[in-house]
Design a protein around this ligand. Structure first.
Ligand code: FES
Length: 411
């Protein structure tokens, strides 16, 4: 299997676009470039006492295959993320049962998730810029708070408190808000403080969504353009752009979760940036379990478009800001290689996630700066709005807590 993976070409059909030279192999380049093992280690800088902490919120991923079970267990027992009957029994059972299959996937992308290394790098680059642009709130320090893998949210919050910060910018690294992702992480922050007093001198800002930030759209457009250049000029105009985002259960959509519309807004902003140059569609991936989820699914859409006569594709991760299992395994191996080959597509490539693209670091900087300068509300009215059919009391408690801690303490 591994030797097959190492000989993948994303020009899959015979003829002039088919190359099987491993040195020009897209998957090989991509996996080497983006897997955890080859990213430079970000060393925590020893700086003077930080004044402002940037809390980088995300779901996280297991850094090694032996952490996969604990990671799955946390997901399967988180009722904000997934609701199962008899969750206390069924959740651990599913986690145990799925562990070997997921471990295998992680071993095929280099032995673990690169999400921590990318998040640390993004945080370091962001804080360097903030130190230059906002000396009054410097030094800035990045803190990573993952929901399901180390460093866990509660451990990071302890560390932030012991560092004696004056200000915290809680910054969701999901550009599009979902109650299952950002909402779950914010509930975990509230849980941490529900049995202890929050530091009275620590001012909070919350960045809960930023799906249409112009520099995010520019970054994704740039990532697409990088791949378009790889298509021979005579077929470049025929490339179909498939934006792919993690799906969610229809039950959550019907409850009023804003994620689908926010992902759609990002897609529109990116295509506007590209001057609507190509045909495009928004599709959804990573469904689990038997219940109905939001579609059309990425693999089904690829099959359908091939039937309609499309032969060239770029897959675009529109809701992930860094590489992880859904890009490196699901998109690269399962869709671009395995399915692409099965369907006999001509060329299929995958746009890189934003990662450390300079435009993306500028996007992160601009978003935080707008909070540091007081140009954005410290907590957004949209965050304070519950889903119309929300039945989770935790959501209401968390929203009230953020509303309280985000008030300007100097007033
Ligand atoms: Fe959306 Fe509670 S489920 S606010």
């Amino acid at each position: 299997m591994n030797s097959l993976r190492n000989c993948i070409s994303h020009s899959l059909r015979g003829g002039k676009y088919n190359h099987f030279d491993p040195s020009s192999n897209w998957y090989s380049i991509c996996s080497k470039q983006f897997s955890a093992s080859t990213l430079p280690e970000v060393k925590e800088k020893i700086t003077e006492k930080a004044k402002t902490g940037i809390l980088m919120i995300n779901m996280g991923g297991p850094q090694t295959t032996d952490k996969v079970h604990d990671y799955l267990l946390r997901i399967m027992t988180d009722r904000d993320m997934i609701q199962l009957p008899v969750q206390g029994t069924l959740g651990p059972y599913i986690a145990r049962r799925r562990t070997p299959e997921i471990q295998k996937k992680y071993s095929e992308i280099g032995g673990g998730s690169p999400i921590l290394k990318w998040t640390k790098r993004q945080g370091e680059l962001l804080c360097e810029k903030l130190d230059e642009l906002s000396p009054n709130t410097a030094p800035h320090k990045p803190y990573v708070a993952f929901r399901y893998a180390d460093p866990l949210t509660e451990v990071t919050l302890e560390k932030m408190e012991s560092d004696g910060l004056e200000r915290v910018i809680a910054f969701s690294q999901y550009p599009q808000y979902s109650c299952a992702t950002t909402g779950s992480s914010l509930n975990a922050i509230h849980d941490f403080y529900s049995c202890r007093k929050e530091p009275s001198n620590m001012k909070w800002n919350l960045i809960d969504r930023w799906s249409t930030h112009p520099l995010l759209a520019k970054t994704i457009a740039e990532r697409i353009s990088e791949q378009l250049k790889e298509f021979p000029s005579d077929i470049r105009q025929d490339v179909m752009i498939l934006f792919s985002a993690h799906s969610l259960p229809l039950k959550a959509v019907n409850r009023g979760d804003t994620y689908p519309s926010e992902v759609g807004a990002t897609v529109h902003a990116v295509m506007e940036e590209l001057k609507f140059s190509h045909q495009y569609a928004l599709v959804w991936q990573s469904k689990v379990g038997p219940l109905p989820w939001l579609g059309p699914f990425t693999d089904d859409a690829l099959k359908a478009y091939v039937k309609q006569g499309k032969k060239n594709f770029i897959l675009v991760p529109v809701a992930f800001v860094n590489e992880h299992i859904e890009t490196l395994h699901e998109m690269d191996i399962e869709y671009c290689h395995d399915l692409g080959k099965e369907l006999g597509v001509n060329m299929i490539r995958r746009a890189a996630a934003p990662n450390d693209h300079p435009l993306f670091i500028n996007a992160l900087t601009d978003i935080v700066m707008s909070h540091l300068k007081g140009n954005s509300p410290s907590v957004s009215p949209k965050f304070l709005t519950r889903c119309p059919h929300c039945v989770n009391a935790r959501c209401g408690l968390t929203k009230s807590w953020f509303q309280k801690v985000c008030q300007d303490k100097k007033k």
